[in-house]
Write a protein that binds this ligand. Structure first.
Ligand SMILES: [Zn+2]
Length: 305
């Protein structure tokens, strides 16, 4: 009988086998769903942020430290979206794999289309929260596809025996997303160039993809709360340009948006920007179905064009 050395046994134990489960943590629920889409039953995945929370400001619950300690892979939005809450959790997990730059750290922003990359010197006066370009990039389905591909590639590296399974899951997601995009494009086709205002700069990729035109923001700068002077200017601009739609993320106070709505006749539409933002929004594709339906209903109601 041949005995294996301890090193050989350890290597065997560590070798990925078909049906292996990759233990994944994600910063947001959008990333968790995209991981599930490509990972199927070969991944275990949990998000730290909930879809109804402002992703810039998430409570760093210590319970996540233990979960991060056991993770094989951490997927983040990046571009400093999570800078206020994720770094201490990563550090305290003491898990070398998921530290920034580790094999188990995937920054989803590296392979997507990023808008609003600042040029010139960045100062605090430009706002608090988008210093490296707009981090709300998952709201373009083209970027959703790119994120899913990056995750599929990563989990395939980590569990090579399951690579064919992940590739086939990705191909299926890609196909379903392409079908949904045809539906969404048809829904939005009549409203090309429609002028809207949004609370936070959460939607540049979304409006770019669906042909809307954002003419202003309730926040004077990203992450800076509304000020009376800015609100008055915004109301004037909305009246001049006959803007009838004001998109607000669910975690902002509705008081200022509602007063802007009263002054201008614009309809305040509360649009969740993430999976889990409403109970009907159970996955990445239903996020767009939900938001586009709500948006089109509001456009029709106000007669905006
Ligand atoms: Zn933001």
């Amino acid at each position: 009988m041949r005995f294996l050395s301890i090193a050989a046994l350890a290597a065997l134990a560590a070798a990925p086998t078909a049906g292996a489960t990759v233990n994944v943590m994600t910063a947001t629920e959008d990333l968790a769903d995209l991981t599930r889409q490509v990972g199927g039953d070969r991944v275990k995945v949990e998000s730290i942020a909930r879809g109804y929370q402002d992703p810039h400001f998430v409570e760093a619950k210590p319970s996540f430290i233990l979960k991060l300690a056991k993770a094989d892979l951490l997927v983040v939005i990046g571009r400093e979206l999570e800078i206020g809450w994720l770094p201490p959790l990563i550090q305290q997990s003491r898990n070398a794999k998921i530290q920034v730059g580790g094999d188990g750290y995937l920054d989803a922003s590296l392979t997507v289309k990023i808008l609003e990359i600042p040029t010139g010197q960045i100062t605090r006066a430009m706002g608090d929260v988008h210093p490296l370009g707009n981090p709300h990039y998952w709201l373009d389905p083209g970027n959703g596809r790119r994120i899913a591909k990056a995750i599929a590639d990563k989990v395939s590296q980590m569990a090579p025996a399951d690579a064919a399974y992940f590739a086939s899951r990705y191909a299926d997601f890609d196909k379903r997303l392409a079908e949904a995009e045809k539906r969404w494009d048809a829904t939005m086709a009549p409203y090309k160039g429609l002028k809207v205002v949004t609370y936070h700069r959460s939607w540049p990729n979304f409006v770019d993809r669906f042909g809307l035109d954002v003419i202003g923001y309730v926040e004077p700068r990203p992450g800076i709360p509304p000020s009376p002077g800015h609100t008055i200017d915004l109301i004037g601009e909305m009246k001049r340009q006959n803007v009838r739609i004001l998109m607000v993320e669910p975690y902002f106070d509705l008081k200022t948006p509602q007063s802007i709505g009263r002054e201008t006749g614009a309809k305040v539409v509360v649009l969740p920007p993430s999976v889990g933002g409403e109970k009907e929004i159970t996955d990445y594709i239903s996020l767009f179905d939900y938001d586009l339906n709500l948006l089109v209903a509001a456009i029709k109601e106000t007669g905006a064009k």
